[in-house]
Design a protein around this ligand. Structure first.
Ligand code: TRP
Length: 442
């Protein structure tokens, strides 16, 4: 048997995991969910869920990967026996489902980038809608989706060290830098405070009880952290025993959350300065692709440069995420059927392309796939993970953390949260989200 690949350095692992976390979910999902009316309540709930509920589950998911050294499909069985096989399938199915529509969004991103670079920005709202119509339909959308998948596949085919680690090591710091520059620029716009106030700071206590706000906060937390469907299992299975997982998990979560907030600080002032609030408050999946280019279009060449940088950054963020999603089925096929990496990549990518076609051609399907695969299934996966590591095989959790010398205080805290806080809170989030999904289905 071949020995399992390993990350070259622990920084490489953290950057790869952070690269997976930081993606279109931070730039596009955050903007679109934050503008659905939750305001500050949404943001506080989201941060609270990340810190209190998701962080222990993130450590648990990493422990499951590292302690078993297996792919997401096999790790649950290895840890707790055959009864847990469905969990492995959930991971593989959900990651395929997410990547299927994620690649479509990547295609839009690339298209917007090239459009800003070569042709310039739309001059007004109706031009923007025509523009968005052209990137989100017909053959160009299929082409964008296909090329994004091919790019993703070629990185994953190059392996953990040679592909994933190499790419994320450059991309993640670069995109962080770009985002800080853009946030500073955005802060100088005339509508800055209006933007922060309207979307990021607006306070409304009743939003805490609004099921859509609660679902948005849970979904955003899990989706943005890449939590609940085995990405972190896959990545941690290539990590050696000496690294302290709680520290790494905290680094990933902090990076991810700050990118979410920074992205909001870039997008909202732009939207407000150019009076695009109406367009955004209807908040469809197209928000960012319509309002941002339109707003920037009024600023001449500066706006065009900012648009080029922003969509380049978004594409970088997206590809470091899409490779992590593809790694789930790829690692699982290699593990289960003994296929080569190359063959696993080829078959998975082809399948994902086909599954994504309906979402490429119909925005409604895309939205549905997002709320099922990128929403309730993730929360379900998170719930199962907390039960598995908190209750079924708690010893694994202890052993793994003590073998890497994590502090006893940290271990006790995480274990307590994983057993007593995460499962009930996630179960609550799951029920509310599921009901809200049904309510808003049509
Ligand atoms: N976290 C990424 C984003 O914010 C998307 C992503 C990558 C993801 N891997 C995942 C989401 C696993 C859920 C599960 O865009």
């Amino acid at each position: 048997m071949e020995t399992r690949e390993q990350w070259k350095s622990s920084l490489g692992f953290v950057l790869a995991a952070a690269g997976s976390a930081v993606g279109l979910g931070n730039l596009w999902g955050f903007a679109y969910r934050a503008s659905q009316g939750g305001g500050l309540a949404f943001i506080l709930l989201y941060i609270l869920i990340v810190l209190v509920v998701c962080l222990p589950v993130l450590v648990a998911e990493m422990v499951l990967g590292r302690s078993t050294g297996k792919s997401p499909l096999i790790a649950p069985i290895q840890a707790a026996g055959n009864k847990w096989q469905p969990m492995g399938w959930l991971f593989v199915i959900a990651s395929i489902g997410i990547l299927a529509f994620y690649a479509v969004l990547m295609g839009w991103t690339a298209d917007t980038f090239f459009h800003s670079l070569f042709f310039g920005l739309p001059g007004n709202m109706s031009e923007a809608e025509t523009f968005f119509g052209s990137i989100s339909s017909g053959s160009s959308v299929l082409l964008g989706q296909l090329l994004s998948l091919i790019l993703t596949a070629s990185v994953v085919a190059a392996g953990v060290r040679g592909g994933i680690e190499k790419l994320t090591k450059w991309c993640v710091p670069l995109l962080f830098l770009l985002l800080v520059v853009l946030a500073i620029w955005s802060a100088t716009l005339p509508g800055t405070w209006e933007g922060y106030r309207t979307f990021l700071l607006r306070w409304d206590t009743s939003e805490f009880f609004n099921s859509t706000t609660i679902r948005n906060a849970f979904t955003q937390a899990f989706f943005s952290l890449s939590l609940g469907i085995g990405v972190m299992i896959a990545y941690s299975s290539y990590l050696d025993r000496s690294k302290k997982l709680p520290k790494q998990a905290l680094a990933v979560a902090s990076l991810d959350t700050s990118v979410g907030i920074l992205a909001g600080m870039v997008t909202f002032p732009i939207v407000m300065s150019f009076g695009l609030k109406e367009a955004v408050s209807s908040s469809t999946v197209g928000t960012l692709f319509i309002s941002l280019p339109t707003g920037l279009g009024t600023l001449g060449i500066t706006g065009r440069i900012v648009a080029i940088l922003f969509f380049a950054l978004a594409f970088l963020a997206a590809i470091t995420s899409s490779i992590s999603l593809l790694e789930v089925p790829v690692a699982s096929l290699m593990d289960r059927l003994g296929w080569s990496r190359y063959k696993s990549v080829l078959i998975s990518t082809g399948l994902i392309f086909l599954i994504g076609i309906p979402s490429a051609l119909d925005l409604n399907v895309l939205g549905k796939m997002d709320s099922i695969f990128g929403g309730v299934l993730l929360i379900l996966g998170g719930f199962l993970l907390s039960v598995l590591l908190g209750w079924v095989v708690p010893r694994k959790f202890d052993e793994d953390l003590s073998s890497s010398n994590s502090e006893i205080r940290v271990r006790r805290y995480l274990k307590f949260m994983l057993r007593w806080v995460s499962p009930p809170v996630i179960a609550f989030g799951l029920v509310v989200s599921f009901m809200d999904l049904l309510k808003n289905w049509s």
